[in-house]
Structure formats: C-alpha cells, structure tokens
Design a protein around this ligand. Structure first.
Ligand code: 5RP
Length: 228
C-alpha cells in the first residue's frame, strides 16, 4: 500500500535524529515533520540518556521538547548551535528553499543563520524544479501593514494577509504574515534583497544558500542528499 504523506514525514523525522550526537546543541525547527523528529529525539534522550540541548524555533516546539524531557535553551543562552533540523515548504533543484508555512520563519532563520550545519526534512511533495509553487511568506509588523500590502500589490506580488477564523495569524513575535503568490521565482536572491529592504517587513521566507543536508521521504525509504 502507498505510504501517506504523514508516514513519509514520520520516516524522515526518525531518520534525522541519527545525525544527532551526544553533547550537541541542536536547533529544533517547527512544523508537522519536525514534530516527528522531536518525538524521536525525546525517545533517544529517554532511552539512551543522550545528552543534548535543544534550541527551539517556536513556542510550540519548545513546549513539545520540554514535555518530552529534552533540555531546551533560548537562542541567546547558547554560544553555538551544531546542527539545526527543520522542515521546509518547497526545495528547488539547487537546494534553495521557501519556509514559513507554519508562520515561524523569522525565528527559524535566526536559528538557522546561527547554526554550523542545517538539515531540512521533507516528504517528496516538497521538491520542485524552481521555487514559486508555494506562496512566499513575509513576516510584517502590524503597524502600517496595510501600506506594506498596498506596495506589494502595486509591484504585482499578489499579497494575501494570512487569516484564520477571521483573525490575523500572529507569529510568536506577534507580527502578521503576508503570503505572496508569485508564480515561478526566477531571481530569488534579488527578490530576497528587495523584500527585506521594505520598511515593515521583518523577514521573508526565502532561505537561500542555507541548507547542507536534505532528507527526503520516499516510498522506498528516506533519501539523504548533500546540498553544500
Ligand atoms: C514553519 C516552516 C515549516 O518548516 C514548514 O512549513 C514545513 O512544515 P511541515 O513539516 O508541517 O510541512 O517553515 O514556519
């Protein structure tokens, strides 16, 4: 029987913790795939007495890690992070990524850029030749956000403020999320520079030249790819 997307996520989550060694400081990403990874890490901590410190990228992940007995520290309380394991919304052939589907890309990027190595764990549906099939999330300060949205619309970027049950989706920093429906992104570095220079945009979801290793969930088992 074909594996479900959820089973593929579980498979890569479990495979990823094989890369965690005793004594490591590990960045813990956010999302449904990472949830399986944190479960598997909690099991290793409990059963093997693995000695690690987790640096969570969201309140959700912090609560889950704590509940499983994984010691956690904040980003400002560690002097380095050996390896961060996170999910992704889309990964291109040249290993560039879009993240932020779970509204956590600001904290995720802060942790990623302070990590020696970054690993992404995804089911195979997240792979695409060129970025752009997943809407690009921006984290935007609420104050003046309508003006930012107007400017994005004028550029033709088709912004959509992320709402749930009639309320703004809020990030853990209490900011809004605006998703851009861009279609294929031909020049991601230029776009990233343009977006981050817009006043009111705190972070954008292009994660460029970031990932070192990708684990892809496949029906015949997880595939480990070296990106850079
Ligand atoms: C959260 C993220 C997640 O890593 C991304 O959305 C993937 O999530 P999932 O594993 O649930 O598909 O970037 O901001």
């Amino acid at each position: 029987m074909a594996m479900t997307q959820d089973e593929l996520k579980q498979q890569v989550g479990q495979r990823a913790v094989d890369f965690i060694e005793d004594g490591m400081v590990v960045g813990l990403g956010t999302g449904s795939t990472v949830k399986y990874m944190v479960d598997a890490l909690g099991k290793r901590v409990k059963e093997e007495g693995l000695n690690v410190v987790g640096v969570p990228t969201s309140d959700r992940t912090r609560e889950q890690a704590r509940s499983l007995g994984i010691p956690v520290k904040g980003i400002d309380d560690v002097d380095h992070i050996d390896l961060t394991i996170d999910g992704a919304d889309e990964i291109s052939d040249d290993f560039q990524g879009i993240k932020g589907g779970g509204a956590a890309h600001l904290w995720e990027k802060i942790v990623a850029t302070n990590s020696t190595k970054n690993m992404w764990i995804v089911d195979e549906s997240k792979l695409s030749h060129q970025l752009g099939s997943f809407p690009l999330p921006l984290e935007v300060i609420p104050y003046g956000s309508s003006q930012v949205v107007k400017k994005l619309a004028a550029k033709g970027y088709k912004p959509e403020v992320r709402m749930r049950d009639g309320q703004h989706v809020l990030t853990d920093s209490k900011n809004y999320v605006v998703d851009l429906h861009l279609g294929e992104i031909d020049h991601p570095h230029e776009l990233a520079n343009e977006l981050i220079q817009m006043v009111g945009v705190v972070e954008q979801g292009l994660f460029l030249d970031t990932v070192n290793t990708v684990i892809v969930g496949r029906p015949d088992g997880p595939e480990v790819l070296q990106a850079r």
